[in-house]
Design a protein around this ligand. Structure first.
Ligand code: AHR
Length: 846
């Protein structure tokens, strides 16, 4: 911890540094930090935005089992054919519906048929082989050797491949298969099945597969799977997210046992969370196989009986626990075990080495009931104790608050291996949280399971360099603190451009192509340049600015009515501007050099004159010297027009809640409608007090404590702003304190690999000016180096489907001078130095 304090000390000393200062770092081989984690960076896959069906899962036919609707959606009649959904005489119990096709007048000369449009088209590549299979039953007529399968361009004019389906079709369900070699290309094709014989035919589970990644049966789309493997993931979390929880009832959640075995035995389910039905073709075994193929440790997230809009009572959770035990046995058990033998039957006798189980997804909000959180700790412990008793080496991940706070915590006495924190924030938040874990409790292990700089309005169209650099900075902070932050995964990965339910993702694709956002390249490069042990450093000149000047104060409410009075601002060296004098000039206390804080109260007259206040939102009135907010709206704000030009001021006032759901908003350091700080007293439905920053329109919390506000009671509120240090008091008692985040010029992380004689320095410059970085090395010799850069011309640079390679990583270059580095604007730099004469560690690392 010492090194961090030292760095912070330097930071505070240098708070007045200008943005043109040169940054210097001193690296000392004897001063080491924690070892990086073997699971530092991984992937989080969720079936969202058609990430799986219509995405990573290579199946080309959409609605292959005719279960998606009461109508044969995504299928079309070709010629005079009639298509009808049927529910009798079905293939098996997993199938609830099939398709009956009537070919009224089909003949060799005039075949009739049906077509499938795929997931917004299908890609056919000349000379590639496509594998067709389907189940059929002749109800009337003779279809044996009368069915022709075609790959067609979307306008139907070009046949990209065709074959006659050979095989007897009788009165019982029969599986037929065929291969089709493409003779042409199409990016937007469709599949057609024609009959040259009339009659009635029942069809089910019509499947068409292209070549799959690593040639796996029922496998993955090669280009998308390869992009995943290229990130060198150390683990894969699956199958979600909210997708694990399901919506409305448990039937709509992923249930692993229904996702293994032959595809015709998988019923599929409604993915109501993200608005489409899934085939479950991408099932438990396929996820495990993907992990094995990428050499990533499997991390399976299980349902704890809490979903979106439903709860399975705590006393019925044992079934879910035993499902989880069976899942572990399926993945890891010997072939002699019940579920291990089923795995072997499914083609994988060797265990998959399932390593992590996450118990629930976002199921532990800070509420006693509701918010998908009912009895979470008790549920968690049922899973934990059963799993650890039989599989002690499996690591168990617990949920903590997933929204509403930047300081989630494990608020129960049960043991847990890691806690899963989720941060969907702005890139500014990511920068300011570079030091988030520098000072935290070192006894916890954190898995940043979902994070992205995706705050609406801040990331461009798909995600720009600013966002990606913000994420990179946050990752640098995590890896510097790898003793605490031992796992992390960006979220979500994929979006089909035709169904962007969650618009900020790192890989966008359609049926034919894909492009990656800058976030993807950051995710790809950061694990590639992860050294073994963190190296500590000291630095100078690395502060951009840290104090807001010319601030205003104000008040506000959130779905609450409140009255405020007796405002006062006292300060040091106060200068004022504006029409109404707000402060008196500062006085010096005799005999000392110290400036005295002097106070000035806005008089009731000024309040009733209402001159110095500007109401930004809400319904404000002035009554007997009080400012009263009377509307029941979110974010009602009123700001005093006086500008405060000092680094140290104390803002106090009295506040009374008159009605509504929350408490008070005390506004300070206000610059404009998008940049301010407020102290939220009795916020989060009157459960907590927090200091929240709004920077360029993106809001986040930097301090949080429990607390609530009673109605019809006057509270004395005081905010002491001393440069970047904030202290907030209710009735004289300190309830919140925080240090305002400091903008650095550069953000770094350094690791050393003694065995290979390498040192890796990663540096982000998130700003528009290039910077010079001077390097000093102690207790090692730095001989030479190379650098690879990921760099934009503008922070708003991004890749699009039209221009997919606009911002991509550059080529490796030799570092000419290892003592003076140039860090270009908007860049992430990966330096690899060759080092020798490395002195051993002498400090005690974390
Ligand atoms: O990643 C998208 C969603 O965000 C996940 O499903 C959920 O866990 C989180 O709220």
């Amino acid at each position: 911890m010492k090194h961090i304090r030292f760095i912070l000390f330097l930071v505070s000393l240098l708070c007045t540094g200008t943005s043109f200062a040169q940054v210097s770092m001193t690296l000392d081989a004897t001063q080491r930090g924690p070892m990086t984690s073997p699971y530092q960076y991984g992937l989080f896959f969720e079936e969202i935005n058609h990430a799986g069906d219509g995405g990573l899962y290579a199946e080309l036919i959409r609605n292959r089992s005719f279960e998606d609707s009461d109508l044969p959606v995504n299928w079309f009649a070709v010629g005079n054919t009639h298509l009808n959904i049927i529910r009798i005489g079905l293939l098996n119990k997993a199938q609830n519906q099939a398709l009956q096709v009537v070919f009224p007048s089909a003949s060799k000369k005039n075949p009739e048929g049906l077509a499938n449009e795929g997931f917004w088209g299908m890609k056919f590549v000349k000379d590639s082989t496509y594998h067709l299979s389907f189940w059929a039953k002749a109800i009337k007529g003779n279809f044996t050797n009368h069915l022709i399968a075609l790959l067609q361009s979307s306008d139907g004019h070009t046949v990209c491949g065709q074959t006659l389906v050979i095989g007897k079709i009788g009165k019982v369900w029969t599986k037929l298969s065929a291969t089709i070699k493409a003779t042409g290309n199409s990016d937007n094709g469709h599949f057609v099945l024609l009959s040259s014989s009339k009659g009635t035919l029942d069809l089910d589970v019509v499947s068409l597969f292209p070549y799959t990644w690593k040639n796996r049966p029922n496998g993955l789309r090669p280009d998308l799977a390869q992009l995943l493997e290229d990130t060198h993931p150390r683990f894969l979390r699956f199958p979600g997210g909210c997708y694990v929880e399901g919506k409305e009832n448990y039937d709509n959640a992923f249930q692993w046992k229904k996702t293994i075995g032959r595809i015709e035995d998988r019923p599929g389910h409604q993915n109501l969370n993200w608005g489409y039905r899934v085939s479950d073709g991408l099932g438990f075994d396929e996820f495990l196989q993907l992990c094995e193929d990428m050499k990533a440790a499997p991390l399976f997230v299980v349902n704890v009986g809490l979903g979106h809009g439903y709860v399975i009572p705590l006393n019925q959770v044992d079934t879910l626990v035993s499902n989880t035990m069976d899942a572990i046995e399926y993945a890891n058990g010997p072939v002699t075990s019940k579920w291990g033998s089923i795995r072997a039957k499914n083609g994988h006798p060797a265990p998959y080495n399932l390593k992590f189980i996450e118990v629930g997804n976002e199921n532990y909000q800070n509420v006693s009931k509701g918010s998908q959180s009912d009895d979470y700790p008790e549920r968690y412990f049922k899973f934990y104790s059963a799993i650890k008793a039989k599989y002690p080496s499996i690591q168990i991940i617990g949920n903590v608050e997933a929204w509403g706070t930047d300081h989630p915590s494990w608020r129960n006495h049960y043991p847990v291996d890691l806690q899963d924190e989720h941060y969907y924030r702005s890139f500014d938040w990511m920068r300011h949280n570079y030091r988030k874990y520098d000072t935290c409790n070192r006894n916890i292990h954190v898995y940043n399971g979902e994070y992205a700089a995706n705050n609406a309005g801040t990331y461009g169209r798909y995600g720009d360099m600013n966002s990606a650099l913000g994420e990179a900075i946050y990752m640098l902070g995590m890896e510097r603190n790898s003793d605490v932050c031992s796992m992390a995964s960006f979220a979500p990965i994929f979006t089909n451009v035709h169904n962007p339910a969650w618009p900020y993702d790192m890989i966008h694709f359609d049926a034919a192509q894909s492009f990656c956002t800058p976030s993807y390249y950051v995710q790809k490069l950061m694990p590639e340049y992860l050294g073994k042990q963190n190296l500590l450093w000291t630095e100078t000149g690395n502060i951009k600015s840290c104090v807001n000047t010319l601030n205003q104060v104000g008040v506000g409410t959130w779905n609450t009515q409140a009255s405020y009075k007796d405002f006062s601002v006292t300060g040091e060296s106060l200068n004022v501007s504006g029409s109404v004098k707000f402060f008196k000039n500062s006085k010096r206390t005799k005999g000392t050099n110290k400036k005295k804080l002097i106070s000035f109260s806005i008089t009731p007259q000024i309040l009733s004159a209402n001159k110095s206040w500007k109401d930004l939102s809400g319904l404000w009135k002035v009554d007997e010297g009080m400012r009263q907010e009377t509307a029941n709206m979110e974010k009602c704000l009123s700001v005093n027009d006086q500008r405060i030009n000092t680094q140290h001021y104390v803002y106090s006032l009295k506040a009374r809640k008159d009605g509504g759901k929350e408490g008070f908003l005390v506004l300070f350091n206000y610059k404009d409608a998008k940049n301010y700080v407020w102290w939220n007293v009795g916020g989060w439905r009157n459960t907590s007090n927090g200091i929240e920053i709004c920077k360029d329109g993106a809001t986040y919390t930097i301090s949080s404590s429990r607390g609530s506000v009673e109605e019809n009671k006057w509270y004395d509120l005081k905010v002491d702003v001393n440069g970047d240090s904030i202290k907030c008091y209710i009735n004289g008692k300190l309830t919140n304190s925080a240090v305002l985040p400091v903008d650095q010029l550069l953000y770094q992380s350094v690791q050393i690999d003694e065995t290979n004689g390498k040192m890796i320095l990663k540096v982000v410059n998130p700003d528009a000016q290039s910077r010079s970085l001077n390097m000093n090395y102690k207790n090692m010799d730095v001989m030479s180096g190379q650098v690879l850069r990921y760099e934009g011309k503008k922070g708003t640079d991004e890749n699009t489907i039209e221009n997919p390679y606009h911002v991509v990583p550059g080529k490796m270059m030799t570092v000419k001078d290892v003592y003076h580095l140039n860090i270009p604007a908007f860049s992430l730099n990966f330096y690899t130095f060759n080092i020798s004469n490395i002195a051993p560690q002498t400090n005690l690392s974390k």
